[in-house]
Design a protein around this ligand. Structure first.
Ligand SMILES: Cc1cc2nc3c(=O)[nH]c(=O)nc-3n(C[C@H](O)[C@H](O)[C@H](O)COP(=O)(O)OP(=O)(O)OC[C@H]3O[C@@H](n4cnc5c(N)ncnc54)[C@H](O)[C@@H]3O)c2cc1C
Length: 320
């Protein structure tokens, strides 16, 4: 049994749902002991949520006289100390904006190889699986370091409940140097209704959306589905949507349970960003569109007719 840490991400002191898949990965079907590490956030309030997925130890990491939540650099240094203190053999996190920032610093600080944006881990072989060449291949990579440092693509591993006997601890990490970076303010982008990279369901509009205001049609449907709304690069380049909504090789990488593509041709560059979605549904007027070769369910039809019908059915079913 290996002792694996999970770097828990929070938003306004709430544990993000995407952490649960990382805990499931770390637990490895009960073969490992999982230590959940919260950066300066109260561990008691997170205990029930994290223990439900198998975290046995839930630790509030603090540093003396500094706000750990404000600096990714300080968090990386505190994590380095916690890894040693808890004798962790691996640390798992998310390849989210925050995770990428903290894990890259931690990797440099410890001089340990980092595997980022992984879609699978095998603790016995010390291998990870990563999507390469715009999603055309999945590479299995062997890590030779003693400590397994791995940031997982959010939602790549399905979270599974596995109630654990848990205990809460507080650990004051010893950090010599002050962090090199301090975040003074976070300004949210104008579109950030729901973070695409963390959404369970995504509905995306491609080039034929034709105007920014037409995304309203997708937003209405998304609200009923509890989904985030995405865009293709063609739609972004045409000025219909901001770049923060772009999915693909030069946009965001997503791995939702359900991906509904409306008016997408199915380009390799778009698929590079959403190929690992669990179920892909395509709506396209052209029966020969390449996306129909790559999706699980296809609807040949005009999205301006199909989406409102879907919204109506959802409204009836949800009573909203
Ligand atoms: C280096 C590089 C990086 C790139 N990065 C990205 C990226 O990150 N993300 C990305 O998306 N693209 C990216 N692209 C662009 C990519 O190659 C495609 O051009 C783009 O994805 C096409 O977008 P689309 O599917 O919305 O539009 P189109 O290719 O124009 O396809 C529109 C589809 O909608 C169908 N259609 C038309 N009207 C309707 C209707 N009313 N209802 C339903 N279906 C309809 C058409 O039959 C067609 O299949 C990149 C390209 C390059 C070269």
């Amino acid at each position: 049994m290996a002792k694996i840490g999970v770097f828990i991400e929070t938003d306004k002191d709430e544990v993000k749902k995407t952490n649960f898949g990382a805990i499931t990965a770390a637990l490895d079907g009960g073969k490992n002991e999982v230590v959940a590490l919260l950066m300066g956030v109260d561990a008691n309030s997170a205990q029930e949520t994290l223990a439900a997925y198998g975290a046995q130890k839930i630790v509030q990491v603090t540093v003396d006289s500094a706000d750990l939540t404000a600096s990714p650099d300080l968090q990386a240094r505190a994590l380095a100390d916690a890894i040693q203190h808890f004798a962790l053999e691996g640390l798992i996190g998310l390849a989210s904006a925050r995770g990428r920032d903290v894990f890259a610093r931690l990797s440099a600080f410890l001089n340990v190889t980092l595997a980022s944006d992984c879609v699978g881990i095998n603790f016995e072989d010390k291998t990870v699986r990563k999507s390469h060449f715009s999603g055309k291949t999945i590479a299995t990579i062997k890590l030779n370091s003693d400590l397994l440092l791995c940031a997982l693509r959010p939602n790549a591993i399905e979270a599974q409940k596995a109630l654990a006997d848990s205990q809460v601890e507080s650990y004051a990490a010893s950090v010599d140097a002050p962090g090199l970076v301090k975040v003074l303010e976070v300004k949210k982008g104008d579109t950030a209704k729901m973070d695409l990279t963390e959404a369970d369901v995504i509905i995306t509009g491609g080039r034929p959306i034709d105007a920014a205001e037409n995304y309203k049609m997708l937003e209405e449907c998304a609200e009923l589905l509890g989904a985030a709304v995405g865009a293709s690069r063609a739609a972004v380049d045409a000025g219909f949507a901001p770049h923060s909504m772009q999915v693909g090789q030069t946009g965001k990488t997503v791995s939702p349970r359900l991906y509904i593509g409306c008016g997408l041709s199915g380009s390799v560059q778009h698929f590079a960003g959403m190929k690992t979605s669990k179920v892909i549904v395509a709506i396209n007027t052209d029966k020969d569109a390449p996306i129909f070769q790559k999706c699980d369910y296809g609807i040949i039809g005009d999205m301006f007719e199909v989406v409102p019908v879907l919204t109506e059915i959802l409204r009836e079913q949800t009573g909203q």
